[in-house]
Design a protein around this ligand. Structure first.
Ligand code: SF4
Length: 378
């Protein structure tokens, strides 16, 4: 197949659904987690759960970068604007994520903070060049996909000797989060929810390759199938996982061969290794503190590290009392299980982070799945 619409062909999807149904073992349940928010969006948008047999259960994972950032880090970012008067540049989704006491970056902006939406870290570099009198901080979030561009920006700032540019680094890592979900010893909330197999991330895997999941699959005896973001990709991954589980295998398989290799993008990995090192621990919304699950800027680039430049103190702040994002991110609950879903909490008035980004499980279910809930209950 060559064109994107071929990966959305309904006839082929129904054929794959029939193939999955013919392969399932009627004596068992298949609990499959799609780690990545992009896959959650695909599953909701294309109604994939409606095509799957009831014994195949899709569980949403924590792979939405906006969703997993804890409130404490967001409050740190707001504090940079309030206490240090910096110009804070970040992606659009971050602006509306609820912080503590009804705060957000958008409300901070309304109160006069200089918060700017950017499409890439390069835009933040441009803001720093154009405003030499301002301290410009890039509020960096995301998994291994968005980390290499941040590394390039820091190297570029060093080359240009940009004195007013720094990065508030919140880049996180996928394999340690998968281990935390699978119940790694020492991770807060271990043995979170029983999962039989994982739909592995697409974009992240283009960078890190399929090799880093091999230890995970062998250690936790859980199959991983890396797959693309189109509906037929996801259906095929489900079929491959069902087949592995039936055969008692726990291997890493790559459905997304058109973009992912075993070794990944070595240049991107080298850039990340040059600029970043692992934190010993990092707090995730929903998962708590996860060992070695995030990046920090190496001391060689300290002048570009907003955390050290502005003496940012880590803080831990609980979610809104009504919010069940933690359980949704751990796969313990579905969005519609939250009592404020679709009433108090909507994309226009989000109470939790999972309702903000289109990759968030609650936002995806609000956009596509809630109508099916009504049909089922009618
Ligand atoms: S509906 Fe809103 S408050 Fe409830 S879990 Fe989802 S984002 Fe959080």
């Amino acid at each position: 197949m060559k064109y994107v619409d071929e990966f959305r062909d309904g006839k082929l999807a129904r054929g794959l659904a029939r193939a999955i149904r013919s392969e399932i073992d009627p004596r068992r349940i298949y609990r499959l987690m799609e780690f990545c928010g992009g896959h959650t969006h695909t599953i909701a948008r294309h109604g994939i759960e409606d095509l799957l047999p009831p014994s195949v259960r899709m569980i949403h994972g924590p792979g939405c970068p906006v969703c997993v950032l804890p409130i404490g880090r967001l409050e740190n970012a707001i504090g940079l604007t309030r206490e240090h008067g910096v110009t804070l540049c970040t992606y659009g989704d971050m602006l509306r994520v609820p912080a503590a006491k009804g705060n957000s970056l958008l409300t901070a902006k309304a109160r006069g903070a200089d918060v700017r939406m950017v499409y890439s870290v390069n835009d933040a570099l441009a803001v720093a060049r154009d405003n030499p009198e301002r301290e410009v901080v890039f509020f960096a979030i995301g998994f291994e996909t968005t980390t290499p561009p941040t590394a390039v920006a820091i190297l570029q700032a060093e080359r240009e000797s940009l004195p007013n540019f720094s990065v508030f680094c919140n880049h996180v890592l996928t394999p340690p989060a998968m281990a935390a979900i699978a119940g790694s010893p020492g991770a807060q909330g271990s043995a979170i929810v029983p999962i039989d197999g994982y739909v592995g991330p697409a974009h992240v895997s283009t960078v890190i390759g399929s090799r880093p999941y091999e230890h995970f699959a062998a250690h936790y005896r859980r199959p991983v199938v890396i797959t693309g973001f189109e509906p037929l990709d996801v259906m095929q991954a489900v079929r491959m996982l069902v087949r592995q589980l039936n055969e008692g295998r726990s291997e890493v398989e790559n459905e997304f061969t058109r973009a992912v290799t075993r070794d990944g993008n070595l240049k991107a990995q080298q850039l990340m290794a040059e600029v970043f090192e692992r934190r010993t621990s990092f707090e995730w919304r929903g998962l708590g503190s996860v060992p070695y699950s995030a990046q920090r800027i190496k001391s060689r680039f300290q002048q570009f590290d907003a955390e050290s430049r502005f003496c940012v103190t880590p803080q831990s702040i609980p979610d809104h009392k009504a919010c069940e994002c933690g359980d949704v991110l751990r796969g313990l609950k579905k969005p519609a299980d939250c009592r404020v879903f679709g009433t108090v909490c909507t994309p226009e008035t989000p109470i939790g982070s999972c309702m903000v980004s289109s990759e968030g499980a609650c936002a995806a279910h609000y956009a596509y799945g809630r109508f099916r809930d009504h049909q089922r209950s009618a």
